[in-house]
Ligand binder design. Structure first.
Ligand code: ATP
Length: 364
């Protein structure tokens, strides 16, 4: 059992606040990902949890007790890094069992536990090989095995799949997720890859400039982003954001941009209540409808990606574009005239100044 709590964590390097007041409460057995662009403080946060570095201020609690002054060993955490850092002259079995050897565990126990971890990670056939005789994915599995055998309270993963090719990354995600389901140990995973975070996590902490901007389930951060930053960081294609204004007139409620206008449901006027405040309109590709009635537009780019096609539309000489997700192979071509409408369920509005979400049309 291991909960992890970060309270107002600040970490300064010279004049830089790598962590600038990180607050996070991680439940026992949760798989939590720290997600954000390069330099937002993910690795620093993970290193502080591991005890590899000291916080400038703030508290780190594990199972409710302060661990700031404990060594990594005393915290009982195991870390898996991007660099596998296996001992090159040791076999897979020796690499996995190394910690037990340091702890002077009996040989029989070592053999048994190495065998059971190897089975868990499908390494049984490879136990006598040296690291240089393994693929990148197999080496990373050995590194994970070295962490698993310690039976730590908390697993920490720092971009463990960055060195692997795209197909292997996807496979390793599934393996780590399965491993977590079987072991049920609290796990904290760092990545800058939003798709990886979405597919592997119970909860995601989206970080920005040394702070947690939003902490929620993958569904929360995707469907109910706290800010424009989160909305655009999560999801591919990126959420489109229009910088226009709401307008209520005889023509009904509309969103006007410098180039065009979209009809919105009247209901929104009541829910928003402050038409004079400038708000950006965000909409995801699956909520943009092409065909039928709506605002006239021109197809600019058609990108078939297999099960669906991403169709980017614009207006005469416009810089503004929207990208729609169309099921299957869309029979559209650049230059085609289409009509576009925005699904009311997918409308999101963001304060232009702060970037915070100010209203969500179909929910709280
Ligand atoms: P990446 O995905 O590139 O690893 P990150 O989100 O993990 O990025 P951190 O490595 O935590 O970011 O770094 C956060 C900030 O702190 C960056 O501006 C970085 O340059 C700075 N920083 C990190 N470690 C040190 C250090 N040892 N000395 C000085 N500055 C540092």
């Amino acid at each position: 059992m291991a909960t992890v709590e970060l309270i107002d964590i600040v970490k300064q390097f010279g004049g830089i606040n790598a962590c600038d007041g990180v607050n996070l409460s991680i439940e026992d057995k949760a798989f939590v990902t720290l997600l954000g662009p390069s330099g937002c403080g993910k690795s620093t946060t993970l290193n502080l949890i591991a005890g590899l570095d000291d916080a400038t201020s703030g508290e780190i609690l594990m199972d409710g007790s302060r661990v700031n002054d404990l060594s990594p060993y005393e915290r009982d955490v195991a870390m898996v890094f991007q660099q596998y850092a296996l001992y090159p002259h040791m076999t897979v079995a020796e690499n996995i069992g190394f910690t037990l050897r340091l702890r002077k565990r009996p040989k029989a126990e070592m053999r048994e536990r190495v065998a059971s971890v190897a089975e868990l990670l499908e390494l049984t056939e490879l136990l006598d090989r040296l690291p240089r005789e393994l693929s990148g994915g197999q080496q990373q599995r050995v590194a994970i095995g070295r962490a698993v055998i310690r039976e730590p309270k908390v697993f920490l993963f720092d971009e463990p799949f960055s060195n692997l090719d795209a197909a292997l990354r996807v496979r390793m995600r599934t393996e780590v997720r399965e491993l977590h389901q079987r072991l049920g140990a609290t796990s904290i995973f760092v990545t800058h890859d939003q798709e990886e975070a979405m597919s592997i996590s119970d909860q995601i902490a989206v970080m920005r400039l040394g702070k947690v901007e939003q902490f929620g389930t993958p569904e929360d951060v995707y469907a109910r982003p706290a800010s424009k930053y989160v909305a655009q960081f999560i999801g591919s294609p990126r959420m489109d954001i229009l910088e226009g204004r709401l307008d209520a007139s005889d023509e009904g409620l509309r969103y006007l941009t410098s180039e065009t206008a979209f009809a919105l449901p009247e209901l929104l006027a009541n829910r928003y209540g402050g038409l004079e405040n400038p708000v950006d309109l965000g909409i995801r590709a699956e909520h943009i409808r092409l065909g039928g009635a709506g605002t006239p537009a021109i197809v600019r780019i058609v990108q078939p990606i297999g099960p669906e096609t991403h169709v980017t539309i614009g207006w005469d000489n416009s810089v503004e574009t929207l990208t729609a997700r169309v099921p299957g192979i869309a029979k559209m071509h650049p230059g085609d005239k289409v009509h576009v409408s925005l699904d009311p369920d997918g409308l999101q509005f963001f304060d232009r100044g702060t970037g915070e979400r100010v209203m969500f049309a179909s929910g709280p």
